[in-house]
Design a protein around this ligand. Structure first.
Ligand code: HMG
Length: 388
């Protein structure tokens, strides 16, 4: 029996800022963003949108297909937590109408936690193959204005059904890990934006890749040449290109620049349009690969490198299942991205400055999302989520 990702669906906000607009206001060459960091647009969440509404929107198409009783566990990965105690996934459980016997838990380790959730989901399915696990990763990436991180914001959620004999990608049990206590990126509880040592974070990312790969190669016996494509954590698309160049060099793989780029370029397409979605970004990258690669990937191995600042890195392997194209949500994803509205710099600032209030008062939020769920307001210290 194989175990892995049976179906995958993502969601992002209906608003985006083109990075040339940001560059114009800043007096920066737009090519710094388009080419230098490899990003074109970044998603901006509506005032009535948060990790819960994005997560429910991402998962709804999966639940509409399998039914509300099919899921035995919902694992919610995020670093944009909305409560110190209650798991955000419990709101999603209600919005999706999942069975009361479904367990729910929230997981955290920066951008890595979706991978922890996926691995634990695979272990649960191996123990109880008749039950599916719903893994959701949902985040809003925010940095301070006028900092180098500003152009790498974004938002998005991804939902994956993990099952026995999956239709998309089977996940192998061998993993390579690297953990080190570093302060490259973090967000103390009293802040709504992350603190980051940008250049250092890219160095640590690359170090974790090398260490996790070495550990993976030792444990699995696999070599670089066993993989045809690579999915990296995507804080911005140029990071994946740097990571892949390093892995090629490290393995003395001797590929041309074009051959290297062909191994990752299709994973970057959606990320360039959405920006960093933290926990969700590598899996939106996987969706981008499966939906945009014209070659049939059936039977091919994908190498995954998941990274979460702080830091944990993990390298693992997935094999694409023959017939995978029949299980994709390609048209819906393309329609969603095409229907987004470009915003001006003023509108961007308005959305950026809209924070869910922390004063404990009563607040209703204006309708802005075009998704199926919205955060209507906060009343008596409780978030009120409703369908729309
Ligand atoms: P910066 O320091 O302003 O950028 O921000 P820069 O000056 O290094 O320029 C970037 C690239 O653009 C350079 O290329 C320039 O040469 C090029 P490189 O040397 O890197 O190859 N460039 C141009 N190219 C063409 N035309 C031009 C031009 N001008 C410059 N005119 C930085 C970069 C990454 C520091 C910033 O974006 C940042 O702080 N980002 C946030 C942190 C981040 O994303 N780190 C990534 C690793 S950590 C991670 O992935 C985890 C994370 O997702 C969080 C989590 O785990 O929860 C962040």
């Amino acid at each position: 029996m194989s175990v892995g990702i049976d179906e995958i669906s993502f969601y992002t906000s209906n608003y985006y800022l083109d990075l040339k607009t940001l560059a114009e206001v800043q007096g920066t060459d737009p090519e710094k963003y388009y080419t230098g960091i490899g990003q074109e647009q970044m998603g901006m969440a509506a005032p009535d949108e948060d990790i819960v509404t994005m997560a429910a929107n991402a998962a709804l198409p999966l639940i509409e297909r399998v039914g509300t009783d099919a899921v035995g566990t919902l694992m919610f990965a995020t670093e944009t937590g909305i409560d110190q105690s209650k798991a955000a996934g419990i709101y999603v459980h209600r919005l999706l109408g999942l069975n009361p016997n479904c367990r729910v838990v929230e997981m955290k380790q920066a951008c890595y936690s979706a991978t922890a959730a996926l691995q634990m989901a695979c272990a649960l399915v191996a123990r109880q193959p008749e039950r599916k696990v719903l893994v959701i990763a949902s985040d809003i990436a925010r940095y301070d204005l006028d900092t180098p991180g500003e152009a790498t914001q974004g938002c998005g959620a991804v939902a994956m059904l993990v099952s026995a004999n999956p239709r998309l990608v089977s996940i192998a049990p061998e993993v390579g890990n690297y953990t080190e206590d570093v302060m490259d990126f973090w967000r103390p509880n009293y802040r709504s934006t992350a603190l980051v040592d940008g250049k250092y974070s890219t160095k640590i990312y690359l170090k974790a890749l090398k260490k996790a790969w070495d550990n993976y190669a030792d444990i699995s016996g696999h070599a670089f040449g066993d993989f045809s494509r690579f999915c990296y954590h995507l804080p911005f698309s140029r990071m994946a290109q740097k990571a892949h160049q390093q892995l090629v060099r490290h393995n003395k793989a001797g590929l041309s620049a074009e051959e290297q780029e062909a191994q990752i370029c299709d994973t970057l397409i959606y990320n360039r349009m959405i920006g960093n979605s933290y926990t969700a970004s590598m899996y939106i990258g996987l969706t981008s690969l499966l939906e945009n690669t014209t070659e049939d990937l059936s039977g091919q191995r994908i190498g995954f490198f998941s990274y979460g600042s702080g830091c944990v890195g993990e390298f693992f392997c997935g094999t694409v299942v023959p017939g995978y194209r029949d299980a994709l949500h390609l048209q819906r994803h393309r329609d969603m991205l095409a229907a987004r509205r470009e915003i001006s710099h003023d509108e961007y600032l308005q959305l950026y400055r809209h924070q869910v209030p922390t004063d404990g008062g009563e607040h209703g939020f204006a309708e802005g999302t075009t998704g199926r769920f919205r955060l209507a307001g906060i009343y008596h210290h409780k978030r009120e989520y409703i369908p729309r």
